[in-house]
Structures are given as structure tokens and as C-alpha cells.
Write a protein that binds this ligand. Sequence first.
Ligand SMILES: Nc1nc2c(ncn2[C@@H]2O[C@H](COP(=O)(O)OP(=O)(O)OP(=O)(O)O)[C@@H](O)[C@H]2O)c(=O)[nH]1
Length: 351
Amino acid sequence: MATAFTLFGMDVVHDNAPALPPRSQPTTYHEYIDFLKQQVHSPSAITPTLKPETKQVRIQCQVRARIPTNEGGEMYLYLYKNNQDTKEHLAIVYGDDIRSKSLDNTWKNETIMNRIVRGAYYGRLEEVVTEESRNMNLNEDQLRYLEEQQNKAKAQFAQSSSPPLVRIHSECFTGETVHSARCDCGEQLDEAMRLMQEAGRGVMVYLRQEGRGIGLLEKLKAYNLQDLGHDTVAANVLLKHPPDARTYGIANAILEDLGLKDVMLLTNNPDKIEQLEAYGSIKVVERRPMVPRSWSSTPASVNSVNDLLRTPSSSPAPHSPLLGGKELDKYLAVKVRKMRHILDVPQGIEK
Ligand SMILES: Nc1nc2c(ncn2[C@@H]2O[C@H](COP(=O)(O)OP(=O)(O)OP(=O)(O)O)[C@@H](O)[C@H]2O)c(=O)[nH]1
């Protein structure tokens, strides 16, 4: 519902704001901020609700490629297209037994070489591909040989039944690429990949939902509002966005496509669990906390939202540079206070 009022002498229409009660229109900036504060503190304004996608989510994995790293072992990167947006959402997969159904399906009129180029092969390519195939000049016998090798390898890839570690991670250019200390997103990404590599199995669904779904442009505006003293939730609301605009229908579809049913979800955010489970096909059998390193001397929280949100202790090992500082503390504390994140706030940090 649109709310109109005057701010600094300008007419402001706040499309996404909760309706103002009659005769209590804020007329000054401070009144408006007080109004917003009441709203963002009220459970109805911040309790996330399932925001269903407007049409049934359809996804297709377009390509898969092997990514070797110096310290983090080897993983496969899966790139997805979908019918909801034009973004290239990703899955980073550890473990050979986790495969994409939509990638492995046979596509119309494709050759075995087409399948290899889009990554729908089994085993390691260097073991099955000859010099001729690298040049793509395969004769019938070589093609048949490749196909046989593929079928043999395929037969070895029965899926393990134990629930893998899964993280649904939203893109954060500032935290992951330029190492901003306003948030712990880069640290969480590194830590989740480290845990999956250690376990030898896991899936990171990497959603291009920058800025909790509002995009980088709006997130950078929010940073300026934060520098004026507003917290991350209030800054979003001031910009006429919900505190968290993310949905997880694409993540749900990707996990389904990867053949997963039961997962151990790495998160502090109950909204992710509730939204994911509401789709009905993926069960979060366990929650693993992502304790920020600068807060990790604190024991893991037992402040569970429901029985599902169990919190086994976990202390992240050093991997990325230690982040910390007042801005990060405030960012994390606001997630605990206003977004129900399950984390103990260390003593001395304002909740
Ligand atoms: N709008 C807004 N978004 C932010 C800000 N700081 C970080 N983000 C975004 O917040 C999102 C964090 O995503 P995640 O780490 O996947 O999720 P989370 O909600 O923190 O939950 P966890 O699973 O516990 O990490 C990313 O999209 C970041 O770009 C901010 O100040 N404002």
C-alpha cells in the first residue's frame, strides 16, 4: 500500500511502507524515522513470510565445468538458467555422486561431443578424451569407444544417501570481491567451501540475489543511509524495499535438480530454512551454524526457532583474513535482533 507524506518539504510516496495509521502522518524526517523504527521492530513487519514466485519455477543446468583451486581442492561449477529472471545462478558441487538431472538428460540432436562440451560427461575427461577428440574430429569407432567409457563411468556413480552439507548463499560483491568489512559474506563463502571440501561432499547454491535481493545499486545507496546512522534493515525500508527481498524457489529447484532430498543447511537464517521447507521437496534435517570468526569464541547459540533448527557447535577455522570491527558487529547484531538470525551476540556488543 502506498503511503504519502511530506519530508523536508517534498512529497514522498513510499510504495512498500506499511499503512500509516490515520492522523499520525509523520511530518519531519525524525518522525518518519521513528515511525519506521516502530515498523521494523514490530514482528509483523520483519517476520519473513513465504514470498512465492509468480509462476512455477523451471530451471535447467546449461553447463558444468571442473574448477581446480590451489587451496580449496577441486569442485564442479554448474550454471543454471531459469524462467524467473535472466541471471546465471550457480551451484558449486563437491563430490562426484551429486549430478544434475537436467544436465545429464539427452538434449535433442546432440552428439557425444556436444555433451562433453557442456559437461554432461562422467569421470575425468583427460582419461577418456584422445587427441582426435580434442580437435573434435572423431570417427565412428572413437565415438563408440567414448560412449562405452561414459556408460561404464556412469554405472559407478550411484548417489550416496547421506544428507550433504548445503549452503544457499546470496551474492555479495562488496563482501566477496572487494573484502568489505561491513559484512561477513566473503568469510561465510570461504568457510562453507572449506567445510564442503573437508567433508568431500556438498553443494553451494550461489544465488545472484545481491543485497538481499535489492541489487548492488540499491545496496550501495543503503550503505550511504547506514553511514548516516541507519541500520541495514531501516536503510532498506527507507529505500522502499523490504528488509529482505529474497526468495528461494530457484535454490529449491536447483537442489531438486541435483537429486537432493535431505540436507544439512549451513546458515544462521531461519527464513532460509522456513522458505526452503515450504516448497515441500527438500527437508533440512540439520542446521549447521555459520559463526563469524570474530564472534567465534562465543559458544554456538541454543536459541532455536523450532526443533528443526538444531545448533551443533562449530568453530570456523582460519581461512580468509579475520574480519571484524564495529560495522561488522552492528551488521551481525541487527541480523540477530531484527531478522531472527540464530547467533549469540558476544558480551559488550550492543544487541
Ligand atoms: N540490503 C543489504 N544487503 C546486504 C547488506 N550487507 C550484505 N548484504 C547482502 O546480504 C546477503 C547475505 O546473504 P547470505 O550470507 O546468503 O545470507 P544471510 O541472510 O546472511 O544468512 P546466512 O545463511 O546466515 O549467511 C547478500 O546478498 C549481501 O549482498 C546491507 O547492508 N544491505
